[in-house]
Write a protein that binds this ligand. Sequence first.
Ligand SMILES: [Zn+2]
Ligand SMILES: [Zn+2]
Length: 452
Amino acid sequence: MSFVHLHLHTEYSLLDGACRIGRLMDRVKELGQDAVAITDHGVMYGVIDFYKAAKAAGVKPIIGCEVYVAPRTRFDKVHGIDNENAHLVLLCQNETGYRNLSYLVSKGFLEGFYGRPRIDMELLRQHSEGLIALSACLAGAIPRRLKIDDYDGAKALALEYSEIFGPETFYLELQNHGIPEQAKINPMLLRLARELELPLVVTNDAHYLRREDAATQDVLMCIQMGKTVDDPNRMRVESDEIYVKSEDELRQLFPQLEEAFANTVRIAERCNVEFEFGHYHLPAFEAPDGSDSLSYFRKMCRDGFEERYGSSSEDGSFGASRTPPPTMLSYRAVHFAAFGEADADPVGQTDDGRVRVSGAAADAVPVGAGGCGDGQLAAGNRQLVPALGGFDPVFPVPGQIHGLGQDPVHPDLRVGGSLRAQVLPRNDPSQQQKNGPEQQGPMFGFHGSITW
Ligand SMILES: [Zn+2]
Ligand SMILES: [Zn+2]
């Protein structure tokens, strides 16, 4: 192997990337490449699927993201000034890098969202450890300056990035998709590399697997922009070259740049993130009143629940005066499961339509509630999340149960409109490890949904 794709958009670059993860691994192996990166646009929710598929295929997964960097700070959101964010490819070298990237991406959504999830230079300075950065495509900050012949501006930015990331950790990225602007800026990137002694790396900004998939990606882009393929005025990608190319195809484009190919392999060797599945990764929490965390969580849940829906009687039923909203059945199930109040019966509907939750479910739900931040909303208590330190709702830790919902700290920023908590089936291997074989039972699942 002497080339690795380090800039690649999977299907999780929604309505843009068309590299289906399963087929991607076949394609990479077919090309004789034994590592590949995921760098979706601004998000990391494809990372676990990607990692598992790569491992299963015997391909080394490189975890990354093509983030958006705000032109000013992530808090500046003025129309006409802050619209043009810059792309930057970040790759995780190790667990510290993975945690930093997860943090950055979360901050991009929680604080920097303006059309796209955006971070800024301040965040990069604070959370660059363990990350390797590539200068990205024509929409990168440096290429943008070079496009308008601002070589000095590009140089200043290259210096700033290399100072943030350190030597041999910030790479100038070379792409050639037959786009005239790339032909214009590539010699300037080479000059920058020479003058600043920065390393180079060849990438292909892969958005689909094969050249013939360009039409499919074009349709995806149309859906994203609300245009038809026949619209003469729509924006289109000016190239059908952004596919998972072979090393030979790329070497023909950059015949003199052995070093920039060797660097793809060196970077791949330096990026080693391993996920551990089958274990919970609960954050430690000390209750302010000195009680144990479960009792405190239980109290907060009960308070929040009553605040929202009135008090419940001892057996968990509700007075006839308060009609539970349509989502109440799910809500109650999350509520009880989060309390750890195991029902003798497994999850399911009773004859009168009430939801019951099993002991296994009761074990599993607090993971969702504690780990994904928004899970606390299951308990209806908005105070709880800041009290617990506000976990990242998009922090994709393996083995956790994910929740999506309105950001409780910034209610005006809606990550989504609903909260979902999911209980792993009781015969899931990760559950068996936790519960031991004696608790294995038939498969039961629970999926609660709350909207408010
Ligand atoms: Zn880009
Ligand atoms: Zn890209």
